[in-house]
Design a protein around this ligand. Structure first.
Ligand code: NAP
Length: 251
């Protein structure tokens, strides 16, 4: 592993949810700094286009159709990274959705979906990458929580619960994997301009969130820079939590 310089070039990075938003921006940012990126999401055509673009620019990139609610597919994604590049240095568990609504709306399918993608998807990413990292005696998990993983407000209850869970899982993971020299970072962004609000089906909540995002949301490059900051520390430095917001965001 690269342990000098920026500690990014040459690393093998698996990113779930790389077909848009934060994952896509991170793939571009890390690839430009010399990392090999392995991209997972369901919209494989978008992933392939991105991998093609990064490869044309001289980068190393692979794309694999991946539904993070399927443990076998997440394992296949990580296995493909190790087969192609010989190791996995960073697992970015980023895939997620945010169909916010009031509990009384009883959108139970959406609750299930958030639990499956936002919580179980992260656990499946851990399950896929941890055996390799243990064997390597090195690695780095970067799990994506949210400001909503620190706070809750009406309409965001289930989403907040999933994002609180990501922080709890990450902290437990951090403590348990100490013997294996693996780093664990949770990144909790505030409002970032991505496709995320499109997952909201409640018209009133959607309009409110859309207005809020239109007002304050910042670029997904903000997230990519946070990832690069955590990755680029010397190997004996473990950045555990990053919480950031648009300067104008109050919540
Ligand atoms: N944007 C924000 O303001 C914000 C703030 C805090 C936290 N976050 C978190 O950041 C993460 C990324 O979201 P984003 O803002 O970049 O939104 P986004 O543009 O909607 O991206 C979400 C990504 O997740 C993927 N995804 C959704 N369901 C999936 C599944 N079952 N299997 C595999 N991939 C799946 C999507 O790909 P496919 O549809 O192609 O599968 C897409 O690539 C999420 O965990 C979100 O909760 C975002």
């Amino acid at each position: 592993m690269n342990s000098t310089g920026d500690n990014i070039a040459g690393k093998v990075v698996v990113i779930t949810g790389a077909s848009s938003g934060l994952g896509e921006a991170t793939a571009r940012h890390l690839s430009a700094q010399g990392a090999a990126v392995v991209l997972g999401a369901r919209r494989v055509e978008r992933l392939k286009a991105l991998a093609g673009e990064l490869t044309e620019r001289g980068g190393k990139a692979l794309a694999a159709a991946t539904d993070v609610t399927r443990v076998d597919q997440v394992k296949a994604l990580v296995d493909s990274a190790v087969q192609a590049y010989g190791r996995i240095d960073v697992m970015i568990n980023n895939a997620g959705l945010m169909p916010q609504s009031m509990l009384e709306g009883l959108k139970i399918d959406e609750w299930d979906r958030m639990i499956d993608v936002n919580i179980k998807g992260v656990l499946y990413g851990i399950a896929a990458a941890l055996p390799y990292m243990k064997q390597q005696k090195s690695g780095h998990f970067i799990n994506v929580s949210s400001v909503a993983g620190h706070k809750v407000r009406p309409g965001g209850t289930v989403y907040s619960a999933t994002k609180h869970a990501v922080r709890v899982i990450s902290e437990g993971l951090r403590q348990e994997i100490k013997p294996y020299n693996i780093r664990t970072t949770v990144i909790s962004p505030g409002a970032v301009d991505t496709e995320l609000p499109n997952t909201i089906t409640d018209a009133v909540v959607a309009a409110n969130i859309r207005a809020f995002y239109d007002d304050v949301a910042i670029s997904s490059e903000s997230f990519a820079r946070a990832v690069a900051y955590a990755m680029s520390q010397p190997d004996d430095v473990d950045i555990n939590e990053i919480l950031y917001r648009p300067t104008r965001q109050e919540f």
